[in-house]
Design a protein around this ligand. Structure first.
Ligand code: GDP
Length: 325
């Protein structure tokens, strides 16, 4: 599920490793009873073979990373924000080019070594192969470093499941995390975005054998968009790919510290930004009188749901509404 790029070695380290292996494996080669020229050819060819094998194997492992287009769109968006899809594709392209190039050099030089007329020539061709291979790897060392960095960043991505997801929104202190805890069965899992200090809280519950994911993003969907820096805006955009439905929580008792008008403004913004159903929920019903709720419903002009997340009252209706096909 989570995109991964296998660990990749620095260009110079890979060259060193390949050369060391080649020296070792060729020294273990015992060839007796043949002329010196043939023995030298075999040893030198072996070195070429081992160097090519070690490098190709390592680079091919890197190329086995999942294709960006195959990732869930939430991750595609995050990859683009945190790493850059174009640059990533270019770097993979460079690695692919190197594999091909080393492959054809291997064939070329193994043939030259096999048909060399002197021991000096056989060694010269092997050295030539070494030189050209090392220079290919150095040519792509920048791309390799980029992929190393990308691989590290990917490991810090939030791990989310590719299942029906409810995103909880609402201003600070309205009761979002209390609500998440009220509807999920396990302790919320805390993950973070790789490019902001913002966290993402994930909880899960089951209904009729299906698993649902609930996401709370403290500090992201809780204030007007104009107060956002570009990175936060992008993180919000990424959430668009994750949300199947949004539960927007109001605290009309205003004990959260925000007026109803301020909350309505954010509600409208989120409703127009996300193309999914946004369910308005009035929380903290335990400290509200019915009149106030009715008045608010008229103001908002659509059906609202009422609950007390703290007392776990009224939450079931909201879940049913959220997961309704
Ligand atoms: P968040 O910032 O939106 O995640 O809000 P929290 O879940 O941290 O809740 C903020 C405060 O409101 C906490 O003190 C909660 O105990 C309280 N709170 C949450 N839900 C309710 C509720 O249904 N009724 C009452 N009376 N207080 C609540």
């Amino acid at each position: 599920m989570l995109p991964r790029i296998p660990e990749i070695m620095r260009a110079n380290d890979l060259i060193d490793l390949a050369f060391r292996r080649a020296a070792k494996e060729s020294s273990l080669l015992t060839i007796r009873g043949v002329p010196r020229l043939i023995r030298t050819r075999k040893k030198e060819e072996k070195k070429v073979k081992v160097v090519a094998r070690v490098i190709k194997k390592h680079l091919n492992k890197v190329l086995k990373a999942p294709r960006i287009e195959e990732l869930p769109s939430f991750y595609q968006e995050l990859v683009d924000i945190a790493i850059g899809i174009e640059k990533l594709k270019k770097s993979f392209g460079a690695v692919k080019w190197a594999v091909k190039k080393i492959d054809s050099l291997e064939k070329h030089y193994r043939y030259k070594i096999r048909t060399s007329q002197t021991e000096a020539d056989a060694s010269k061709y092997r050295r030539e192969f070494y030189g050209r291979t090392a220079s290919i790897l150095r040519d792509i060392s920048e791309e390799i470093d980029f992929l190393r960095d990308a691989s590290r960043k990917l490991r810090s991505f939030p791990v989310v499941k590719d299942i029906f997801t409810i995103v909880i929104a609402g201003m600070p202190n309205v009761g979002k995390s209390t609500f998440l805890k009220a509807i999920t069965t396990s302790k919320p899992k805390i993950e973070s975005y790789p490019f902001t200090t913002k966290q993402i809280l994930l909880g899960y519950f089951k209904r009729r054998y299906r698993e649902y994911q609930v996401v709370d993003t403290p500090g992201l969907l809780d204030r007007p968009l104009e107060k956002r820096n570009p990175i936060e805006k992008q993180a919000i955009l990424a959430l668009k790919h994750l949300a199947n439905v949004i539960i927007f929580i109001f605290d009309i008792s205003e004990t959260c510290g925000f007026t109803r008008e301020e909350q309505l403004k954010v509600f409208k913004e989120i409703s127009s930004l996300f193309k999914v159903k946004v369910i308005p929920v009035v929380n903290k019903a335990d400290i509200l009188d019915k009149e106030k709720i009715k008045e608010f419903e008229e103001k908002i002009g659509e059906k609202i749901f009422v609950c007390s997340a703290l007392k776990k009252e009224g939450v079931e209706n909201i879940i049913e509404e959220a997961i309704k096909e």
